[in-house]
Write a protein that binds this ligand. Structure first.
Ligand code: 2M8
Ligand code: MG
Ligand code: MG
Length: 269
């Protein structure tokens, strides 16, 4: 068994960014040695803090699939195409942040509409818009593969910007609060690559993913058991996906329920 999980609104409460309600289920996974792979829009800097706080040591996927960070020596074989960086083997799937920013600024000039992102904001502004602390806001701004967009125009202006993003060879998605612009990467591509590595290392593994929003869809499509937790507004993200399990409970409350049910059912390893 390998568990892939989104953070904001899934493992973490959508407003407090805390995982408390999920802790018993997380501990149960850890006690069984089941890998827990964070798969988030968040940056490496943010994910490192959450890993540390929750005692998670498995590989993680940052910035909507922009890169996979694998602790050095985690898999018992060399990783083709990986770059060694700060104790990780890094598989880069996205475009570098400066290149994404350049293309966004070109779109801004061409459309004559503001196309702003976290790179245009002060840490104070990011903190105010997200409810993150100033330090956490700085970590959210330490972006490498994905720009978090702050689009404030009319629905038609937003639509024109999203179309231009695609025409510029980028992709867009939505993380719950914000639109994002990325290179040719998504959570699903990263999950498939990492799953192949887990299978190569450990043989057959059953994959589970938990999410709450639109940017989780590619991840949920890439696993054996896709699970959606409830949104704070009630109900679940609309997602036509075969075998999708919708669990009651917002964020970490649903997360705990889903994982406990899974462990009780003694799902195949
Ligand atoms: C952005 O991501 C969330 C989903 O995780 C969103 O789009 O709603 C990113 O900037 C992330 O790095 C940041 O921590 C988060 C804060 O709400 O917003
Ligand atoms: Mg989410
Ligand atoms: Mg997310």
């Amino acid at each position: 068994l390998v568990v892939f999980t989104d953070l904001d609104g899934t493992l973490l409460d959508p407003t407090t960014y805390r995982a408390d309600a999920a802790r018993p289920a997380l501990a149960a996974l850890q006690a069984r040695g089941i890998p827990v792979v964070f798969c988030s829009a968040k940056t490496r800097a943010e994910l490192e803090v959450h890993r540390q706080a929750l005692g998670v040591t498995d590989p993680f996927i940052a910035e909507n699939g922009g890169a996979i960070f694998i602790p050095e020596g985690y898999f018992p074989f060399p990783l083709e195409g990986a770059a060694a960086r700060d104790g990780y083997q890094v598989l880069e799937l996205g475009l570098p942040y400066p290149e994404i920013r350049r293309r966004l600024k070109a779109i801004e000039a061409r459309l004559g509409l503001p196309v702003r992102g976290f790179g245009d904001l002060t840490p104070q502004e990011v903190a105010a818009r997200t409810g993150l602390s100033l330090e956490a806001a700085r970590r959210a701004q330490a972006r490498e593969y994905d720009e978090t967009l702050v689009l404030e125009g009319s629905p038609d202006e937003v639509r024109r910007i999203l179309e231009a993003i695609q025409a510029a060879g980028l992709r867009w998605t939505h993380g719950g609060r914000f639109y994002h612009a990325t290179g040719p990467s998504d959570k699903g591509r990263a999950v498939r690559i990492l799953t192949a590595l887990f299978r190569k290392a450990f043989g057959p593994v059953y994959t589970v993913a938990l999410g709450d929003g639109p940017n989780d869809r590619p991840m949920l499509e890439a696993v054996d058991r896709p699970i959606l937790v409830e949104k704070p507004t009630g109900g679940w993200e609309a997602m036509p996906l075969a075998g999708l399990q919708r669990v009651r409970g917002v964020g970490p409350v649903g997360w705990r329920r889903a994982i406990e049910a899974l462990l009780d059912a003694n799902a195949p390893r």
